[in-house]
Design a protein around this ligand. Structure first.
Ligand code: SF4
Ligand code: SF4
Ligand code: SF4
Length: 582
């Protein structure tokens, strides 16, 4: 690799040619602060927080976009640099709704941290007019508060370049510049898919999920309600981050203990329904292959992906699996089978889901998601909201013992838990479909070709004399690339897994936020996914069709996968939607 020699704060270092000053400084163990910079997503040098002094240059330069050259001398912390950063922050804050105490990001706000680091406070700000914006509550999943927006444009870059949706962006000019949707539409009127990836990268409290923790606490204190909680696979791999644990720490046992102490009557695992989804989806796949149904079959677990398909690929709705998502299957089974088994009135069951995902808040309100005549799921909260609930009641999360989920809907397999990572649904489905097709036990269960965080993965397997081509995409821009190949006839797949968020649910829009300094340097998705694959490897049962609780459900209630009753309770339909974007 060709290198150049630079001096950073007087220290000489060789760095790869073509590096930016920001990258070079990192190699010298110097962290230059940033605000707008997101590696490969938002490299616009706009916020001017990362400025540095370069010997010989006429003005300060934005280190995130300025390339190094041989012999360059850089100063990252000179008085001129620090004064400039401070002034930039003072200007940002002078038009900022500085209500830190009640702000959802108080304590993990990147702007707040910078102000603390650079000693910027109310006393030092510029006087003058402030913009006043109405909050946008129009979508099912999130709130936009432009009064706390610093115009870094990370959100619009992710929405457009990663998710291929592009419904938010900068409008107006100068002092009036603001992030909004086209024609003053509320976000809920656009073709936003509710993925929450914009929230995940927002450095401030300008974007946040609709918080339903008060409603959950209310249900928990209602003696007439039997309150059941289900937790998605990816939650256990990220919740610990909200309590200072390293990324990718598996906190399943403490999470269960916390939920029990919050007062839930039963603590169940969405992984059970992930196994159930595999039973239904693998059956659907085999039926389509053997009886000439629409192929490729595309998975339907990710509500962000489903909404995207409805808006942008309405001609491919027949390719979608008719299976409800695991969250919704779980609610349906709880309010029918479990209610019957326990002698409970489904109307008194209050089903709460804890999800890594904001699109789940949209999904619970979709039509046709009420198997027992009442909503399958009453409230969906994110991993972040659960962390807030735990804080609010004063639980010392780190000191909690490890506890187990309740029976029978807390029983799951390794196949269920890997649903939380891109490729996991495909691998789980293959473990079941291959054994059903061959009628033989798989010698090895790991389908490593579909693992990993690449945006698109493909593989072919010869199963019982049949070639099965599969593909896995995560992140909606990757989904578009893959679908366009399918539509043009360039690619021929039988089964496709698509997850709305890059890396799958582990990187969902409802997971604890990591600052840009981490996002830009650590593959958070891979580290969290590893936690799930480690759990899978340690499970005594790793195939969905061997889950004894799922088998019993079919024996006692559903008869068999794909039965008429299973279709009534566990399957759904989709609608064509129009495109409303910028
Ligand atoms: S966004 Fe950050 S700086 Fe602004 S009010 Fe919230 S915590 Fe404070
Ligand atoms: S939720 Fe997703 S689709 Fe909607 S604005 Fe944010 S990034 Fe874009
Ligand atoms: S909403 Fe958040 S991410 Fe978007 S521009 Fe404003 S501060 Fe940046």
């Amino acid at each position: 690799m060709e290198t150049v020699n630079v001096k950073i704060n007087g220290i000489s270092i060789d760095v790869p040619k073509g590096s930016t000053i920001l990258e070079a400084a990192r190699l010298a163990h110097i962290e230059i602060p940033t605000l707008c910079f997101l590696k490969e997503i938002n490299e616009i040098g706009a916020c001017r927080i990362c400025v540095v002094e370069v010997k010989g240059a006429r003005s300060l330069v934005a280190s995130c976009v300025y390339p190094v050259s041989d012999g360059m001398e850089v100063y990252t912390n000179s008085p001129k640099v620090l004064a400039s950063r401070k002034q930039t922050l003072q200007l940002i804050l002078s038009d900022h709704d500085r209500k830190c105490l009640s702000c959802v990001r108080n304590g993990d706000c990147e702007l707040q941290k910078l102000c603390k680091d650079l000693n910027v406070d109310d006393e030092t700000l510029y006087e003058g007019e402030q913009n006043q914006y109405e909050l946008d509550y129009s979508s099912a999943h999130m709130v936009r508060d432009n009064n706390k927006c610093i115009l870094c444009r990370r959100c619009s870059a992710v929405c457009e370049h990663v998710q291929d949706v592009g419904v938010i962006g900068a409008n107006e000019r100068g002092f009036k510049t603001n992030i909004s949707c086209a024609f003053e539409m509320g976000l809920g009127e656009t073709s936003c898919v509710s993925c929450g990836q914009c929230i995940a990268v927002c450095p401030t409290g300008a974007l946040f999920e609709k918080d339903f923790t008060d409603e959950v606490f209310e249900a928990l204190s209602d003696p007439d309600k039997y309150v059941i909680v289900q937790t998605a696979p990816a939650v256990r791999a990220a919740l610990g981050e909200a309590f200072g644990l390293p990324i990718g720490t598996n906190v399943q046992g403490k999470m269960v203990a916390a939920l029990r102490r919050l007062g839930f009557d039963k603590v169940f695992d969405t992984d059970f329904a992930a196994d159930l989804t595999i039973m239904e989806e693998a059956t659907e796949f085999l039926d389509r292959v053997q009886n000439g149904g629409t192929l490729p079959l595309i998975t339907s677990c990710s509500p962000g992906w489903i909404k995207y398909c409805e808006h942008y690929y309405p001609d491919m709705l027949d390719n979608l699996s008719s299976c409800k998502s695991p969250q919704q299957m779980f609610g349906a089974i709880t309010k029918t089978y479990y209610a019957q088994k326990m002698g409970l009135n489904p109307e008194n069951i209050f089903m709460v889901s804890v999800m890594p995902c904001t699109a789940k808040k949209f999904e619970i309100g979709r039509d046709d998601q009420n198997a027992a005549g009442v909503p399958d799921v009453d409230i969906s909260i994110t991993t972040r909201e659960l962390a807030r609930m735990i804080d609010r009641v004063g639980l010392n999360f780190l000191a909690l013992p490890d506890e187990d989920f309740d029976d029978p809907l807390g029983r799951s397999t390794g196949a269920g838990v890997i649903f939380g990572a891109t490729g996991g649904v495909m691998e789980a489905a293959l473990r079941t479909a291959v054994e059903v097709l061959t009628n033989e036990e798989l010698p090895k269960l790991d389908f490593k070709e579909v693992r990993g965080t690449e945006g698109i993965k493909t593989a072919s397997y010869n199963v019982a004399g049949m070639d099965i081509n599969v593909a896995v995409a995560s992140g909606l821009k990757n989904a578009r690339t893959l679908l366009d190949e399918v539509k043009s006839g360039k690619a021929n797949y039988h089964f496709i897994e698509i997850m709305g968020c890059p890396g799958g649910c582990v990187n969902g829009g409802g997971q604890p936020q990591q600052p840009a300094s981490v996002i830009n340097t650590v593959d958070v998705r891979a580290v969290r996914a590893k936690a799930l694959y480690d759990i899978d490897a340690s499970m005594p049962i790793r195939k969905s069709h061997e889950n004894p609780a799922v088998k019993q459900l079919y024996d006692d209630f559903l008869e068999k996968p794909g039965s008429h009753k299973a279709h009534e309770l566990l399957h759904t339909t989709y609608v064509k939607r129009s495109i409303n974007s910028l």
